[in-house]
Design a protein around this ligand. Structure first.
Ligand SMILES: *Cc1c(COP(=O)(O)O)cnc(C)c1O
Length: 389
């Protein structure tokens, strides 16, 4: 579909292919395999001719999801996977080999760090962790065998913002590829490929679904780096998405812009309200003027996103009181849902790292993370006020 269309149009229309029945909504093809007209067609499909063969690597519903997300990311191609972690794993296994080195932000999703350390490490891939915001640390970490930079921006739960164009320039000079986990912003608020990244990686489980129903992941980029090699990888290695999940996520893309913009606008208002609250020591949100990378976030993102964190006074006891006094918010580490979630990072998502590393990352005992949903803002404020006051 033409690049001239706006994101809202692409989200609703891009990638749709109708069957001979001319269905209005996108069809769900729940089938593991496809039949051929004759032996010759089967032979040419197996030899690589375009067409459906087997859902591990070709399915019309999955293709519609991939093409629509590619359009939103402004990418030549997109490949969907079983989960966000499968998308990250596939990117690493396709583009790295034993002896390679990765430079990674020290503020990425916990499972991503486990993947680099405990799994890729066993196959001779070494990772150095650096600050998401200190660009010079990335430069200093580069080695002759550095092949990939990996980051997530804004980060979780401190909402630190990495300078994608600056890191892209360093990666290019080093001959390394830049992968950006774009879960927090989605293509609605940030398009990493336009900013110089080689891969925009998604856990579609989060905002793309938006209603907490299914797992899925995706990688967007060029045909040479993503479309061709990753489809070949899925065909051989198998972390494919279910067509049912792809269909749910495809329909999720239709409301992505509306949801993300509304949730982000609500997060900004909530952040401002918290910043003025006497029981709150500090608020971390890129949309606030007090945020250290506020100017960078304004340049690089269309809005600040729907995740914020804040320090309740009174340390862990204070934070737990606020969390336990909520009646509306869901106490869960998940995010990206239209239902607002609240969590205490120091004792959950970041509970397994050492107290020193936690302190260095700014994750204090009083820190609370909120992923803002679509409930009325006044109801969310009242839910927090109970514990804060
Ligand atoms: C959830 C998440 C992932 C992992 O995605 P799954 O779909 O749960 O496998 C990766 N990165 C970020 C930023 C996430 O929030």
């Amino acid at each position: 579909m033409s690049k001239d269309y706006e994101l809202s149009t692409l989200g609703v229309r891009a990638g749709q292919v109708r069957s001979q029945f001319q269905e209005h909504a996108e069809a769900l093809y729940l089938t593991s395999s496809f039949v051929f007209d004759n032996a010759a067609q089967a032979a040419s499909r197996f030899a690589g001719e375009e067409g459906m063969v087997y859902t591990r690597y070709t399915n019309p519903t999955v293709a519609m999801f991939q093409d629509r997300l590619a359009a939103l990311e402004g990418a030549e191609s997109c490949v969907a996977t079983a989960s966000g972690m499968a998308a990250i794993l596939a990117t690493m296994l396709v583009h790295l080999k034993s002896g390679d080195h990765v430079v990674c932000s020290n503020a990425v999703f916990g499972a991503t760090i486990q993947l680099f350390n405990n799994i890729l490490g066993r196959f001779g891939i070494q990772t150095t962790y650096v600050s998401p915001t200190k660009t010079d640390e990335w430069q200093r970490a580069v080695k002759p065998n550095t092949r990939l930079f990996f980051l997530e921006t804004p980060s979780n739960p401190m909402t630190e913002v990495s300078d994608i164009p600056a890191l892209s320039a360093i990666a290019k000079k080093a001959g390394a590829l830049l992968a950006v986990d774009n879960v927090f912003c989605t293509p609605i608020l940030q398009r990493p490929l336009e900013l110089g990244a080689d891969f925009a990686i998604h856990s579609a489980t989060k905002y793309i679904d938006g209603q907490g129903r299914v797992m899925g992941g995706a990688i967007a980029g060029t045909k040479a780096l993503v479309g061709d090699p990753m489809t070949a990888f899925l065909r051989t290695a198998g972390p494919a998405i279910s067509p049912f999940n792809a269909w749910v996520l495809l329909k999720g893309l239709e409301t992505l812009e509306l949801r993300v913009k509304a949730q982000s606008a609500a997060a900004l208002e909530l952040a401002r309200w918290l910043e003025g609250h006497r029981s709150v020591a500090r608020v971390h949100y890129p949309g606030l003027e007090s945020h250290p990378q506020h100017a960078l976030a304004k340049r690089q993102q269309k809005a600040a996103g729907a995740v914020l964190s804040f320090e309740a006074k009174g340390g862990r006891a204070g934070a737990w009181r606020v969390i336990d006094s909520t009646k509306l918010m869901s106490i869960t580490a998940n995010l990206g849902d239209v239902k607002t979630t609240i969590v205490h990072p120091a004792s959950t998502t970041h509970g397994r790292i050492s107290p020193e590393a936690r302190a260095a990352a700014g994750i204090t005992d009083g820190l609370i993370r909120i992923a803002v949903g679509l409930e009325a803002l006044d109801d969310l404020k009242a839910d927090l006020e109970r514990g804060l006051s």
